[in-house]
Ligand binder design. Structure first.
Ligand code: CIR
Length: 275
């Protein structure tokens, strides 16, 4: 991989540095209205926005510690879910595709993310009637898995397929059930390995990768974040963190308990890409 900077990102055995060199991470501060977020699978419970901001600041610091240049967009207080920037775009080496979020309350989030991205990539976008949330898109080299979920419809997947085909990407649909997004059920933790909750995604759709199952007591643990040489796992999932350590990965944990109350995970709070 080419990289504008060097020195602290040498390949490590079993690590992820081989495929994640110098990165930019787009993120956005927590909205004052986060307590009014969309909820699909969780009951609404009081959300401490001050604590969510502290956890988010620690998250950004973690990204910096692992070599990301963090771009922090200003908070959008009228948009409760706007901290979850992942859903606004799919960024690949050659282009970025602006999403059209499945939840109407989230559609206004994409404009500011597009403004941040346009200096890095040519932009294109998903259009009505297509819907697509970035959280449903798991890009693994030239294979792009897309979750067919409550948020991402067949028209959105078809549009993404056509937009990416000229660049040699193959889009594969992965049906997801009982969770919000594909990346609630499967995330990449090493070059050829995915952390999965097999109850939430059809694992046959993910053929070709080593699949590491979350601990059965921790169904929500599949959303891990690979960054630099580490894999970050929510502190709420220590058993899954141990499984990944035993697999030889450098695991760190982060307390994101308030962010989790909004059904957000670690990948949701950033869009990480090669500068
Ligand atoms: C939503 O329901 O849209 C937000 N409350 C949570 C979005 C989490 N995003 C993600 O998993 N990519």
């Amino acid at each position: 991989m080419g990289g504008g900077r060097s020195g602290n990102h040498r390949a490590s055995a079993g690590g992820v540095a081989e495929w994640l060199a110098m990165q930019v991470a787009i993120s956005r501060a927590v909205s004052a209205a986060m307590g009014k977020c969309e909820l699909t699978h969780l009951e609404r419970v009081p959300l401490d926005v001050v604590r969510a901001r502290q956890q988010h600041a620690a998250y950004q610091e973690c990204l910096r510690q692992h070599g990301c240049r963090v771009l922090s967009l200003p908070a959008e207080d009228a948009l409760p879910d706007s901290v979850f920037v992942e859903d606004a775009a799919v960024v690949l080496e050659e282009l970025a595709v602006m999403a059209r979020p499945g939840a109407k309350s989230r559609r206004a989030e994409t404009g500011s993310v597009a403004s941040a991205l346009e200096r890095y990539r040519p932009l294109t976008s998903i259009r009505a009637p297509g819907t697509l949330d970035g959280g449903d898109v798991l890009a693994l080299g030239k294979t792009v898995f897309v979750g067919q979920s409550r948020r991402t419809n067949a028209a959105g997947i078809e549009q993404l397929t056509k937009l990416l085909r000229p660049y040699g990407y193959e889009v594969k649909t992965a049906p997801v059930e009982r969770c919000l997004h594909l990346k609630s059920a499967a995330t990449r933790v090493a070059k050829d390995a995915l952390l999965v909750n097999p109850a939430w995604v059809e694992t046959s759709a993910l053929a070709g990768f080593e699949l590491i199952a979350v601990h059965p007591d921790e169904p929500g643990a599949a959303n891990a974040l690979p960054v630099g040489k580490a894999v970050v796992v929510p502190a709420a999932y220590p058993r899954t963190a141990d499984i990944l350590r035993q697999r030889g990965l450098a695991v760190e944990t982060l307390d994101v308990s308030e962010i989790a109350k909004a059904e957000g995970g670690l990948t949701c709070c950033s869009i990480i890409f090669q500068e």
